[in-house]
Design a binder for this molecule. Structure first.
Ligand code: 5AD
Ligand code: SF4
Length: 445
């Protein structure tokens, strides 16, 4: 019998990428096959993001685009991920081409959903039964060199603007023994880099703290970091960290282990104490600066990146200036700036969205400009320097170039041989771009 083919399109964060990998694996174990594109697929699944309105609209737009482009041959279209979880059945009204909806806990049950959807629209908003357990064959991973390993899902922080606690539920940590087993298996499969992922990785707190017993640490997360480092995986990154739960012991663990990479993503969101309080972030600017100083005090230079929201309800021009001052002070090596977007059901959505769209754009651009010039100064230090790059593949721009990331997570494109793909390469940087470095391979490590 001909196998039904499925194409999964992923929007949003690494957790969605990871869920798509697991959905693909489950589908293939259950008699489906993967399609190379939306054009030929019998079933198209869009893995959706709801963190901002723009992302949510994009998901619905994609549904209509796919349905329209295939005309009478339209595939069965399903939605998974955060929008699916939040909106559920209502999506059948918003987007009539949708045939099934799989919430954030329903990844493993997508094969059954597809079979049911053939008979009529259906949805599943139930919980995950076996969180991330089971083996994922390398072929289903988004990359053959870099693997995402979920360690915690959901969020208990309830920052007032954020939809994540509603779309992903309460924090659930994965058992350390299971994480360590997966990392060892990835190492045996030839992966060179892993990212421990979760909405707040440093809030990691499994119910049973077994696995890293013999590793010291001030928090379960720093113990986990040391245990994961002991597996010998060449490069270990982790994202995202939450400032309130950031312990200086994380920096100490990085100091002690060369394979814990020199990159920390620590979203500050605002540089004003009043706005931070209104966001219910649970820390003040001085606390954040203390973390920044701990990070800057590390033995190796650690690249610090962050997120900022501009135009939170009630944010005054003066409060925005406080954010600018904080950004100037911290020297972020990368900054993701977002215009506040009201999310239905969150506490902040009840506040009047007082900052005009044009003013949000103004603040966005002003911060972007400030960051661009600060970043260029930081990047200048890399000119002429030698960096270690995991060659992840050929560059999309030029057939002669390879592309990869440094240990501090900067994108580097470089001239080198195809045989270097999959290896850690010494690269001399000879050119700076606004968000990447360019250079020449000196040799394989
Ligand atoms: N509006 C704008 N940005 C948001 N983020 C989360 N929720 C919102 C929202 N409602 C941003 C935060 C977070 C990043 C992933 O997305 O900066 O760190
Ligand atoms: Fe959202 Fe705050 Fe949780 Fe981050 S910490 S996912 S911003 S509620």
């Amino acid at each position: 019998m001909r196998k039904t083919s499925v194409y999964i399109e992923t929007l949003g964060c690494q957790m969605n990428v990871s869920d798509s990998e697991r959905a693909a694996s489950t589908l293939c174990k259950n008699g489906f096959k993967l399609a190379p594109s939306t054009d030929s697929a019998d079933v198209v699944i869009i893995n959706t993001c709801s963190v901002r309105e723009k992302a949510e609209r994009k998901a619905l737009r994609r549904v209509e685009e796919i349905a329209r482009s295939r005309g009478a041959e339209a595939p069965l279209i399903g939605l998974m991920g955060c929008v699916a979880q939040l909106e559920g059945e209502a999506l059948f009204d918003y987007a009539p081409s949708v045939g099934f909806v799989a919430g954030t806990g329903a990844t493993e049950r997508i094969p059954q959903l597809i079979r049911k959807a053939v008979a009529g629209k259906t949805f599943d908003l139930g919980e995950r039964r076996s969180p991330f357990e089971g083996d994922l064959e390398p072929a289903f991973r988004h990359s053959a060199r870099v693997a995402f390993v979920p360690i915690i899902e959901g969020c208990n922080k309830f920052c007032t603007y954020c939809i994540v606690p509603y779309s992903r539920g309460r924090e659930r940590s994965r058992a350390a023994t299971e994480i360590l087993r997966e990392v060892r298996s990835l190492l045996a499969q030839g992966f060179k880099e892993i990212h421990l992922i979760g909405q707040n990785v440093n809030s990691y707190r499994p119910k049973y703290d077994g696995g890293p017993e013999k590793f010291p640490g001030a928090t379960p997360f720093s113990r986990l970091l040391r245990a994961v480092a002991s597996t010998g995986m060449p490069r270990i990154k982790f994202t995202t960290s939450f400032p309130r739960d950031f312990h200086a012991d994380i920096v100490k663990a990085i100091d002690e282990n060369e394979n814990l990479c020199n990159w920390v993503h620590l979203p500050v969101q605002s540089g004003s104490d009043r706005v931070l309080r209104a966001m219910r972030r649970g820390y003040k600017v001085v606390d954040f600066i203390r973390h920044v100083e701990a990070i800057k005090g590390a033995r190796r230079r650690i690249s610090l990146t962050s997120d900022i929201i501009v135009g939170f309800p009630g944010e005054t021009r003066e409060e925005f200036e406080d954010t600018r001052r904080l950004v100037e002070r911290c020297g972020f090596e990368g900054l993701y700036i977002f215009k506040y977007s009201a999310r239905r059901g969150t506490p902040a959505a009840k506040l009047a969205d007082t900052v005009e769209e044009s003013e949000k754009t103004d603040r966005f651009q002003s911060l972007e400009k400030l960051q661009a010039s600060a970043q260029q100064k930081i990047y200048t230090d890399f000119l002429g320097a030698e960096v270690l790059v995991l060659a992840e593949g050929l560059s999309a721009r030029s057939a002669d170039d390879l592309t990869g990331h440094t240990t501090c997570n900067k994108v580097v494109n470089f001239r080198g041989g195809r045989d270097m793909v999959g290896k850690i390469v010494r690269v001399r940087v000879d050119e700076l771009k606004s968000h990447s470095l360019y250079g020449e391979a000196l040799g394989v490590l």
